[in-house]
Design a protein around this ligand. Structure first.
Ligand SMILES: [Zn+2]
Length: 168
């Protein structure tokens, strides 16, 4: 039996050539890339999970794509999260405010609860959608992959007030 042809990505990882990868050399349809993000999968290969619980993985465990493409990369994901939650809240609360004669404080309370709840609900999807949209504009390059078998680096423990005490 012949072994499946493999391709090399940076980091020395050999990936099966049949693994579909959205890269500069092999762009894929935008619907497929967005669909992968909606399933919280790696938008490059569509197979590796992008999150472990509520934590973003360092890289895809299947294709090795590094999710944080630059320092502070997911800041725009937070902005997208806010935009999605606020838009949904506006579409729900505006008809309520216009057609349901609730007191103003009830309407404001519902709006606040929706805004906070939806922000939490779409948090992971906003991050994965941001990555997918960015990938469509700027496809993955060979240097953005590591060996997928590498473990994620440990999450550093927070140091309470250490940065404040060290300042001169
Ligand atoms: Zn992947």
């Amino acid at each position: 039996m012949m072994a499946e042809p493999a391709r090399n990505v940076s980091g020395g990882a050999m990936l099966p050539a049949s693994l579909p990868l959205h890269t500069e050399a092999h762009p894929e349809p935008w619907g497929r890339v967005i669909g992968r993000a909606m399933r919280l999968r790696c938008p490059v290969c569509g197979q590796g999970p992008m999150f472990r619980g509520l934590t973003t993985r360092d890289h895809c465990p299947v294709c090795g794509f590094l999710f944080e493409r630059e320092v502070g990369y997911f800041t725009n994901g937070i902005v997208l999260n806010y935009m999605l939650a606020c838009t949904a809240t506006a579409f729900i609360v505006t008809p309520l405010a216009l057609f349901v004669r609730w007191p103003l404080y009830v309407t404001i309370g519902v709006a606040l609860a929706l805004a906070l709840g939806l922000t939490g609900l779409v948090f992971l999807h906003a991050k994965s959608l941001w990555l997918a949209v960015d990938l469509l504009a700027r496809p993955a390059e060979a240097g953005e992959f590591v060996d997928p078998t590498l473990p994620d680096p440990p999450v550093p423990a927070p140091h309470p007030a250490s940065s404040m005490e060290e300042s001169p």
